[in-house]
Design a protein around this ligand. Structure first.
Ligand SMILES: Nc1ncnc2c1ncn2[C@@H]1O[C@H](COP(=O)(O)OP(=O)(O)OP(=O)(O)O)[C@@H](O)[C@H]1O
Ligand SMILES: [Mg+2]
Length: 382
């Protein structure tokens, strides 16, 4: 990209064509890998680094090859989701939370979006697969059965022209084809009851538009849990709902998770939701993890200036302020990420080392890790 385009984010039609041609080459190669048929399992079988994790993201890079350049949406993300625990992922809009979870489901928009580097180790109990290497054919067996996803807006998961029962039946019979239609129906009704809807038979015959937003989200949760997944990804599951329903849905999610001993990856902007639900917190900024640790550690002792800024920008009951804190500046352009700390230009606590390369991971405790030069000391943490 020319110097001028770096400064103005403007590129000429000619340059765009050149980028597009280059992208085609890269995309073709990456995409071919995914669409192969009958790939032997040995190509994507792997070992968990710790058997107590259900997923291990290891240096994941997911890029979008667009005509204006490569968007590094996820740029080296590493964190684990332990069995039976809830991991909350926070960070501002566009920092790569959804793309991280979509990478795990292999639902990143193809062919522009591709996993280019790193591993996603998924624990299936008796074995482990590396999702980054799995072809689509193999992934289809895992999706829904092992990992399932709840989206922000229930109507994106429900088809408006089919009855609720039909849609639930479809999910269940797809994953357990040996079940008889009567058994499938019974299972669907049981799933509707499980998410706290009294008139399960009635709802079974209704269309999605006949239900309220909260009920629709419950149905989506029922669908996600119908096949007893090991991991539930909830991407902003309550943003479209009012606060009372939000509390009910979170409570429901927590109880159901315990019932089937699943783990939850909870993505949200809302620090209050994380505080209530999460055992571990991962803070993302511009496609990278800047801080992670036990929820208590990150909430009571936030270290990264970005996390501290996030905490300050949250309203606190009984604390009068004229104006809530807002972090100055904006996120760097994802097409042209700098090689120094991505937060440096907005940071009020810079030290001399911040002029250098991107900071390494620094251990504050065994579980609490931060990427910030402020805590760097030769040979260890602060
Ligand atoms: N299909 C796509 N093509 C190009 N860029 C994309 C695409 N999808 C996402 N991105 C880019 O990837 C980055 C990360 O997006 P992502 O959706 O993961 O953000 P997010 O953290 O989930 O944000 P939000 O909180 O708003 O949901 C953004 O810069 C976004 O513009
Ligand atoms: Mg998102």
């Amino acid at each position: 990209m020319s110097k001028k385009s770096n400064e103005t984010s403007y590129i000429s039609a000619r340059e765009s064509r050149r980028i597009s041609r280059e992208n085609q080459k890269v995309i073709r190669k990456l995409d071919k890998r995914l669409s192969r048929k009958r790939v032997p399992e040995s190509e994507y079988v792997t070992q968990m680094h710790d058997k107590n994790n259900v997923v291990e993201f290891d240096n994941l890079h997911t890029y979008f090859f667009t005509d204006v350049g490569t968007v590094k949406a996820v740029d080296g993300v590493t964190f684990n989701v332990p069995v039976g625990k809830t991991v909350g992922i926070v960070g501002e809009s566009g920092c790569g939370k959804s793309v991280t979870s979509l990478s795990l489901m292999q639902l990143v928009q193809r062919p522009t979006g591709q996993i280019v580097e790193g591993e996603i180790r998924l624990n299936l109990g008796d074995k482990a697969f590396d999702v980054a290497k799995m072809p689509i054919e193999a992934m289809q067996k895992v999706r829904g059965n092992v990992v399932s996803m709840i989206f922000q807006e229930p109507m994106t998961s429900l088809n408006p022209v089919f009855r609720i029962g039909y849609q639930l039946d479809e999910v269940i019979s797809l994953h357990t084809p040996e079940m008889s239609p009567e058994a499938v129906k019974a299972r669907s009704i049981e799933a509707i009851k499980m998410v706290g809807i009294a008139d399960a038979e009635g709802i079974y015959n209704r269309y999605p538009h006949e239900l309220s937003g909260g009920m629709r989200q419950r149905i989506v949760i029922a669908m996600a849990l119908a096949c007893n997944p090991r991991l539930i990804i909830a991407d902003e599951p309550t943003t479209a709902l009012d606060v009372t329903i939000q509390a009910q849905i979170l409570e429901l999610l927590r109880n159901l998770k315990n019932e089937i001993n699943a783990s939850i990856m909870l993505i949200t902007h809302d620090l209050g939701v994380i505080a209530e639900m999460a055992d571990y917190v991962v803070v993302m900024y511009a496609g990278r993890v800047v801080e992670k640790g036990l929820a208590n550690e990150v909430f009571l002792d936030p270290r990264h200036p970005y996390t501290i800024g996030l905490m300050q920008s949250k309203p606190v009951i009984n604390k009068m302020v004229d104006r809530l804190y807002s972090i100055p500046g904006s996120v760097p352009n994802p097409v042209n990420m700098p090689d120094y700390c991505y937060f440096r230009d907005r940071c009020e606590q810079c030290v001399e080392r911040c002029q250098g390369l991107y900071p390494p991971e620094i251990r504050v405790t065994d579980t609490h890790i931060v990427s910030c030069w402020k805590y760097y000391k030769e040979g260890g943490a602060e």
